[in-house]
Design a binder for this molecule. Structure first.
Ligand code: GLY
Ligand code: MN
Ligand code: MN
Length: 444
């Protein structure tokens, strides 16, 4: 399995600590276990920030960074080993494992945190934490601070500055290292294979969930624990619902099916969309819309390179799509005016992409000082233009209604442009139709 090496977690902690103010402390909690029903839990997914700095996969843990601390800068509070619990729920690292396998300088039982952490915070001027994102943890943090305050008459010094950690940490997460790109390439490779499998399995009369099952099969077979987000399998008019997730309709002859799905490897997401005809052959209208979306995506790729800004790719898709919609008679008027008045939004109502990483819609600012962010090597993003013609749109000829097309790929900015991580899935009309025809011949 391809994963982030231990040395990288250590490098990240050092890089964060180098940016922290002198005499400060950073405190981050692991994700809580989410209950699905009564005593059944959701599959556990570590908090992305916590994972980024530790690679520690367990719940009920708190990571503490104390730059310059003589007895060790990296402290992990985690569950103790427990033979009875481990028999039921699986192995735990324990404090020994936290040090031996996860590089902690010091480790304590999580049950001792109320006794130990106030003593660690005491005397530090600044506390970095993800304020506001976890109210329960914020309350704990204030309790620990109040313990120190209550001892002020004994000379205890509570910190007097609280700083949001996000700004430093999320900027680090925006730039992907070689190891991160490698993991993202693997997530993309498995997801590409999943889309190919779903294309091959596509048949009139199956259900949307039949294709979702093909995706899940490839994800799990590739070693992914779960999809990076709820898979969207949207046939016919459902393709015009941007975040459709019901996935239970029948696949009908003459309909397109739009699949937006990607898996997660070592907490790194992939995010791919392809749209193909259920029966293996695009109708003339479907083909026209499809090729327009594809052309807009190609135009966007050309605008992704160092020194180009974040919005250039989006602007390129808007221009190509608006021009094409006028040519097809779906919009009337002057292209520049239609862009200025945002008339295209009746058909293309979302942006061309988002940062991609540990979170599908990854962290990182899109604007800096009020200006669109300039792209730099290592930034990862999606490119996902779409055209959705509402089944209820009375302003267009009937033959167009209910067609929804999105094409989405994942890219990383390189020195000269961008690397497309997800190019393993066919994308032209000819290539998709050929793949589907071949699958049918083989099955016959
Ligand atoms: N699958 C969510 C998105 O494409 O942004
Ligand atoms: Mn997507
Ligand atoms: Mn996306």
């Amino acid at each position: 399995m391809i994963h982030i090496p231990k040395s990288e977690y250590s490098r990240r902690r050092k890089a964060l600590m180098a940016q922290m103010e002198p005499n400060s402390i950073a405190i981050l909690p692991a994700a809580a276990v989410a209950i699905r029903n009564r005593d059944v839990e959701h599959v556990y997914r570590q908090d992305s920030d916590f994972q980024y700095l530790s690679g520690f996969p367990e719940p009920q843990a708190v990571l503490v960074l104390m730059p310059g601390r003589a007895h060790g800068e990296y402290i992990l509070f985690c569950r103790e080993r427990n033979a009875e619990r481990e028999l039921w729920d699986g192995l735990r690292a324990g404090q020994e494992g936290a040090i031996r396998d996860f590089g902690a300088d010091d480790a304590f039982p999580i049950t001792d945190i109320d006794d130990i952490l106030p003593g660690l915070i005491e005397g530090r001027d600044r506390v970095y934490s993800a304020m506001g994102s976890n109210p329960e943890f914020d309350r704990h943090l204030m309790d620990w601070i109040n313990v120190i305050r209550s001892k002020a008459h004994l000379g205890a010094q509570p910190p007097n500055e609280f700083v949001a950690l996000d700004h430093l940490l999320h900027d680090m997460r925006l730039y992907k290292s070689a190891a991160e790109v490698k993991v993202m390439r693997e997530a993309a490779r498995i997801s590409a294979q999943a889309h190919i499998r779903a294309m091959q399995a596509s048949r009139v009369g199956l259900h949307e969930f039949s294709l979702e099952a093909e995706l899940d099969y490839e994800f799990r077979k590739g070693g992914a624990k779960m999809p990076a987000y709820g898979s969207i399998v949207a046939a016919g008019r459902n393709s015009c619902i941007l975040h459709y997730q019901q996935n239970d309709a029948v696949l009908k002859d003459g309909d397109l099916v739009l699949i937006d799905a990607g898996c997660e490897i070592d907490c790194y997401a992939s995010d791919i969309t392809r749209t193909w005809p259920v029966n293996g052959k695009y109708s003339p209208e479907q083909k026209a819309i499809y090729e327009l979306v594809l052309a807009s995506q190609e135009a966007a790729f050309a605008e992704i390179a160092p020194n180009k800004h974040w919005n250039q790719a989006h602007e390129a898709t808007v221009r190509v799509i608006t021009t094409g919609l006028v040519k097809l008679g779906l919009l009337q008027g002057d292209v520049d005016e239609l862009i200025a008045s945002e008339a295209y939004k009746a058909f293309y109502m979302h942006r061309a992409g988002h940062w991609l990483g540990m979170d599908v819609h990854d962290v990182g600012e899109y604007k800096v000082g009020g200006e669109w962010r300039v792209l730099e090597v290592g930034m990862a993003l999606t490119v996902e233009p779409g055209i959705y013609i509402s089944p209820d749109n009375q302003n267009v000829a009937k033959k167009w209604r209910g067609i929804g097309v999105r094409i989405e790929d994942d890219v990383v900015v390189t020195k000269t442009g961008c690397e497309i991580l997800t190019k393993g899935v066919p994308k032209t009309v000819a290539d998709i139709e050929a793949l589907m025809a071949q699958a049918r011949t083989q099955a016959a």
